[in-house]
Design a binder for this molecule. Structure first.
Ligand code: ADP
Length: 352
């Protein structure tokens, strides 16, 4: 399989729009990388530069030690699975999966074996004679993956492969992709705007905003120690609650509440005493307590836990409480924060 090195990649489109700025990443053999970020942040552009579908404006792309920066797509030994599947409607599932091998002039025998093996992995053995139009969205997505698998490429690229599926099918197809990665042990780069897909699929996540990489790390690293306010708000659902607070001796304070700091937190914030910072608290780190007064505005029972939407002063805050909680609208409650994140207000970077 393959190692990749993306070195300082820039993409400047012909209309002078710069979509990607200095993208750096070393991808290990067999690693599952997920590029995540909001629409327009440069994820697809980065993926398409790796595929060779977009020219690389500046920088270098190395695959297994070879500089492929200017190499045409067909010579890169990369397979891409698109969100619109890009299947040939007039061909059977079998013919769609065999197509690239026919172009490569593989023998009928080899093609047959490879298509059957891929169909077996993907549970498509009974569908091989059908046309794509006779399949469900999930099955079409699997055919698109099958087309990639038969080529046994060095690298698999996925561009939002689940975005055309309904919610239930997205979950099951996501788990299939996870198993596929385990089975093939292939290097994969996967683009999505969905933080859940990133958290569940990735060995490492690359979180992007406005053409820049914001943070690279394992899902747990991005969740537990987000590098800045952008990553903190993007990873985790519902998003992290953010408050402007002033650091005072041993506590954080604003017009609405004050919370005390333990000695470790005081040490971390010692350079900020007297200054404003941004306090981040994940909904799951808010619990019924005694520090912050809030007014309940809405309650969503999800079974295992309850989303409690509150106002703290004029600020909308969401708490995710354990279990099935009953509150009345407009009920006054008090809550505590059991884990806090701190960010520099000017740089927006995490205070570490
Ligand atoms: P994402 O995949 O994160 O949604 P894209 O990589 O598709 O983002 O786009 C990044 C930026 O580049 C956007 O501002 C988009 O409008 C711009 N862009 C994408 N493709 C082109 C193109 N062919 N020509 C000019 N600008 C483009």
């Amino acid at each position: 399989m393959a190692e990749l090195s993306l070195r300082n990649l820039d993409k400047i489109y012909d209309n002078n729009v710069q979509a990607v700025f200095g993208f750096n990443l070393d991808v290990k053999d067999g690693e599952f990388i997920v590029l995540v970020g909001p629409s327009g942040c440069g994820k697809s552009t980065t993926l398409r530069m790796v595929a060779g579908l977009e020219d690389i404006s500046n920088g270098q792309l190395i695959i297994d030690g070879n500089d492929v920066t200017r190499m045409p797509p067909k010579d890169r030994d990369i397979a891409m699975v698109f969100q619109n599947y890009a299947l040939y409607g007039h061909m059977s599932v079998y013919e769609n999966m065999a197509f690239s091998l026919v172009l490569r002039k593989e023998s009928k025998n080899v093609i047959h074996q490879k298509v059957l093996a891929a169909a077996e992995i993907l549970g498509l053995t009974d569908q091989l004679n059908k046309k794509p139009g006779q399949l469900s969205g999930g099955q079409r997505q699997r055919v698109a993956m099958g087309r990639a698998i038969v080529r046994n490429p060095k690298v698999f690229l996925f561009d939002e492969p689940l975005s055309n599926l309904d919610a239930k099918l997205r979950g099951s197809t996501r788990r299939e992709i996870m198993l596929l990665h385990k089975r093939l042990k292939a290097t994969m780069i996967y683009v999505t705007h969905d933080q859940t897909e990133a958290l569940t699929l990735a060995d490492r996540i690359v979180c992007m905003s406005m053409g820049y990489v914001q943070q690279v790390g394992t899902p747990l690293e991005l969740y537990n120690t987000p590098a800045n306010i952008f990553v903190a708000s993007f990873i985790g659902l519902p998003p992290m609650n953010l408050f402007d607070v002033k650091v005072e001796d041993g506590k954080l304070k604003n017009d609405l509440f004050e919370v005390s700091l333990d000695s470790e937190q005081q040490n971390l914030l010692k350079d900020y005493v007297g200054k404003e910072i941004v306090l981040g608290v994940r909904p799951e780190n808010i619990e019924p307590g005694s520090d912050v007064k809030a007014t309940v505005v809405n309650v969503e029972n999800l079974g295992q836990n309850t989303l409690v939407h509150m106002h703290v002063g004029a600020k909308r805050v969401v708490g995710k409480f354990r279990g099935w909680c009953k509150y009345n609208i407009n009920e006054e409650i008090t809550v505590s924060f059991n884990k806090m994140h701190f960010f520099d207000k000017e740089t927006t970077n995490a205070i570490r």
